[in-house]
Structures are given as C-alpha cells and as structure tokens.
Write a protein that binds this ligand. Structure first.
Ligand SMILES: N[C@@H](CCC(=O)N[C@@H](CS)C(=O)NCC(=O)O)C(=O)O
Length: 200
C-alpha cells in the first residue's frame, strides 16, 4: 500500500487525491492525515520540509512535493494520462500547474501570516505582495485557452480556485467569469472534485 500524508483542506493534497481518483489508483493508497504544525509529527521525518502532501512508497522511499507525486501516479497508471505525453500539450499543462500552484502558494502564505504571527507582527505589505501574485495569476488563468481537458494543469487550477473559495470567500469569482464557468464544468466532469471538498 502507498501512504499519502495530507490534510483535508490542503489544495496540493486535494490535487493528488483527484489525480489518484482519475487514474483509478485510490485502492492502492491509504490516506493518513498529517498535522503540519505538530513538532512530533512523523511527517517531519518523512519529509524534512514538514510539508504535505508526501507519498510513502512500499519500499519506504518518500515522494514530495505534489508535482513529483502526480508525475509518479501518472507513471503508475501507464503514463500520458493526466500528464500528456505529447510535448505540445505536456508543457502547457505543466506551466498551468505551476501557475495554479503558485496561486495556491500565495494564498496559503497569506493564511499563514494570520495563523503563525501575532496580530501586531502581521505585515499588510507582505500580504499585499502575496495577493498581487494571486491577482496576476488569476488574470493569466482567466486568459488561458481552457478547452475542457482534464490534466495536471486543470486539476491544479480547480484546486487553487477551491482553496480561494474555502479561505477567501470566493471573492475571485466576481472578476473572472471564464474561471467560474471552467470550475462549474470541471466539477461536473470530475466527481472527485466534490468528494474532496471541505467546508472548514
Ligand atoms: N510545493 C508544495 C507545497 C506544499 C505546501 O505548501 N503544503 C502546505 C499545506 S497546503 C504545508 O505543508 N504547509 C506546512 C508548512 O509549510 O510548514 C507541493 O506542491 O506539494
């Protein structure tokens, strides 16, 4: 059995779970919830960075981060499934994944600013710097030629938007009509998007 260390609200963990479901690999994966803030968590031995997701292979080797894990799962499923083999589709899908993960990273750093620092220490300038990445990233995604394909790029994008819905009240929806339509269509095509949704 493969062991996935993750937490329900992680956008990167959600990306891995959706990929695993799309590839029919969930029966080979046990999910063990990790608390990244607990200094005694085994996660810190499994991934020295103390980050989720991490995937523990049957021989004990640990894969991180999420991009490596989805690459591995695609390979397990025969290759070329959620990571297109054809370079003309592969690199745009990978760049969209990087863009979407970057949006999620910048959103997460704003959440962490609130979670890890006392109120008096929090920097509005730092939060605005991260929010700039979110806004420019959303503008680039809004202009992206999305064609209904399900691959690592669109899965990562759906997870980043889902995280903005969860932690930022869906404020992105007002100015990004194409992304709203994308997410609705994605949710209809990919049932695991709903089954991995959390509300808190
Ligand atoms: N680039 C990483 C990002 C992973 C990440 O930032 N995970 C967050 C949770 S969503 C985490 O583990 N945070 C704990 C920490 O930074 O200490 C990936 O794609 O897996």
């Amino acid at each position: 059995m493969l062991v996935l260390r993750s937490s329900p609200a992680s956008p990167f963990g959600r990306k891995v779970k959706i990929v695993a479901q799309e590839l029919d690999l969930m029966d080979r994966i046990e999910i063990v919830v990790a608390d990244t803030s607990d200094p005694n968590e085994a996660l810190r031995q499994q991934n020295p960075l103390g980050k989720i997701p991490a995937l523990i292979l049957e021989d004990g080797f640990v894969l991180y981060d999420s991009r490596v894990i989805v690459d591995y799962l695609d390979h397990l499923a025969g290759g070329g499934r959620v990571l297109p083999a054809d370079p003309a589709r592969r690199y745009p899908a990978l760049v969209l994944q990087s863009l979407a993960d970057g949006i999620a990273d910048a959103a997460l750093l704003q959440v962490y600013e609130g979670r890890w620092r006392d109120e008096a220490q929090q920097s509005a300038t730092w939060k605005a710097h991260q929010q700039g990445k979110v806004e420019r990233g959303l503008a680039a995604a809004e202009a992206w030629p999305l064609d209904g394909s399900v691959h690592v790029g669109t899965i990562a994008l759906a997870c980043a938007l889902g995280y903005l819905d969860l932690r930022f009240g869906g404020a992105w929806r007002k100015d990004h009509p194409k992304l709203v339509a994308f997410l609705e269509d994605f949710a209809a095509r990919v049932p695991s998007f709903e089954t991995t949704r959390v509300t808190a």
